[in-house]
Design a protein around this ligand. Structure first.
Ligand SMILES: [Ca+2]
Ligand SMILES: [Ca+2]
Length: 196
C-alpha cells in the first residue's frame, strides 16, 4: 500500500488536491506542502540578506565560518553594532512563537567586554530584548534562545508576557543579534542562524 501512497504524496496531483481543499487559505496550504520550519541560514554562498547595523562595516567571507561562509562586522563607530536579520528571515519568524532561535557567534578578542542587550526584536511599536548568559569566544560559540515567555525576554526591565511575545513575533519588523562585545576595536562573526 505504501508504494502507492508515498509517490502520490510527492506528486503534483496531491499538491493540487491540497490547494483545492484549502481554498482561499493559500498560505496555510503551501505550508502543508512545504513546512516553514526548520529553517537554517548557513551563508554558504552569500550573506543571504543579513548585514551589520550602523556602527560597523559589514561584509561576507566565503571561508572561516562554522563551516564555510559567514557574515561579519568590523567596529567603526561608537555604540554597539548588531547583525540585522534579512527581510525573509524576519517574515518567517512571525510564525515562530514557541520555537528555538539558534546561531553561532565569534569575536576577535575577549578582553574589555561590555554589557548590552544581545537580541532585540520589535514590531515597530513594542520592543523586546534578551540577554544571553555568556559572550562569544574567539572560536565559534553556539547560542539557543526559545521564542517564548519562559526564555527571559524583557520589555524594558520587566519580564515580557506571552501576549507581548506573541504580538511582537506575529508582527515582527526587525530582529537583531549583537555582534559587538568589546570596548575598543573589534570584529565579530555570525553563522548558522536557525529556527527549529
Ligand atoms: Ca557557514
Ligand atoms: Ca567595540
Amino acid at each position: 500500500m505504501l508504494d502507492i501512497i508515498l509517490p502520490f504524496l510527492k506528486s503534483s496531483a496531491f499538491n493540487v488536491l491540497v490547494l483545492l481543499i484549502c481554498g482561499t487559505h493559500f498560505t496555510a496550504c503551501t505550508e502543508l506542502i512545504t513546512p516553514l520550519f526548520p529553517i537554517s541560514y548557513g551563508f554558504d554562498d552569500d550573506a543571504q540578506g543579513w548585514e551589520g547595523s550602523v556602527g560597523c562595516k559589514s561584509g561576507y567571507s566565503a571561508t572561516g565560518g562554522n563551516p564555510g561562509g559567514y557574515v561579519y562586522g568590523i567596529d567603526d563607530a561608537t555604540g554597539f553594532w548588531y547583525f540585522v536579520a534579512s527581510t525573509e528571515f524576519t517574515t518567517t519568524v512571525r510564525k515562530a512563537y514557541g520555537l528555538q532561535l539558534s546561531f553561532d557567534l565569534e569575536q576577535s578578542a575577549i578582553d574589555n567586554q561590555a554589557d548590552a542587550d544581545d537580541i532585540i526584536i520589535t514590531d515597530g511599536t513594542l520592543t523586546l530584548t534578551h540577554k544571553t548568559s555568556y559572550n562569544p569566544k574567539t572560536i565559534w560559540t553556539a547560542y539557543s534562545v526559545k521564542l517564548d515567555e519562559t526564555a527571559g525576554w524583557k520589555k524594558g526591565k520587566v519580564k515580557a508576557t506571552k501576549a507581548e511575545l506573541q504580538q511582537v513575533l506575529q508582527n515582527l519588523t526587525s530582529l537583531k543579534i549583537r555582534g559587538e562585545f568589546r570596548s575598543g576595536p573589534d570584529r565579530g562573526g555570525l553563522d548558522n542562524v536557525s529556527i527549529r
